[in-house]
Design a binder for this molecule. Structure first.
Ligand code: IMP
Length: 177
């Protein structure tokens, strides 16, 4: 039984488990891309802490940019309608691109980001997600790097929010409504 945090929420992933997963993901990325040009595009806002840790686990020069999309509004379920709030700026024609997402849930954001960034003609396009729901069909949506697979519980912390709150938790906790 995992401990509860200060908000009485069940801790799903402790900070040290997350750190270890992010470090090993960084190492794999370092090996996979050798010294080819690489750009990481973080999907805001949920990826901001994961992105900050991941880029520091990839010990080589790389470009960092962000895109902000919205599909959830203030609700806890996807509206099914993804739109760009802030687009990324870095030209990616000569670079491999890795999209950095907090969680692949329904996969709608994944699909949208793939199409949107692919139009800018990167050398290659892949996704690194901290979390993937076990309902995601990984044959259909290939997530090249992921930290953890989780069930259908709504989670907060380490960048993920519930109505804008709890992003600043060090761990990932199950949010009890
Ligand atoms: P998708 O488009 O359904 O895959 O949803 C992706 C986005 O929904 C993520 O980038 C998150 O911002 C948000 N999201 C989905 N599940 C959760 C959750 O359990 N906690 C917090 N945000 C979530």
């Amino acid at each position: 039984m995992k401990p509860l945090n200060e908000y009485n929420q069940r801790i799903l992933l402790q900070k040290d488990e997350i750190d270890a997963a992010v470090r090993s993901m960084g190492q794999r990325i370092l090996e996979d891309y050798a010294d080819e040009p690489l750009t990481l595009i973080g999907c805001l806002k949920g990826s901001f802490i994961f992105m900050a840790d991941l880029v520091r686990a990839i010990h080589r020069p790389l470009h960092i940019d962000f895109i902000e999309v919205s599909s959830y509004g203030n609700d806890l379920s996807s509206s099914g309608n993804v739109r760009v709030i802030k687009d990324f700026k870095h030209p990616v024609q000569d670079s491999h691109v890795l999209i950095v997402e907090d969680i692949v849930d329904t996969g709608l954001t994944f699909d949208f980001l793939f199409e949107h960034i692919w139009l800018k003609k990167p050398r290659s396009l892949e996704i690194a997600a901290l979390l993937v729901r076990n309902s995601v069909d990984l044959e259909e949506r290939s997530v090249k790097y992921h930290g953890f697979t989780i069930g259908d519980e709504y989670v907060v912390g380490y960048g993920l929010d519930a109505a804008g709150l709890y992003r600043n938790l060090n761990h990932v906790a199950v949010f009890e409504k």
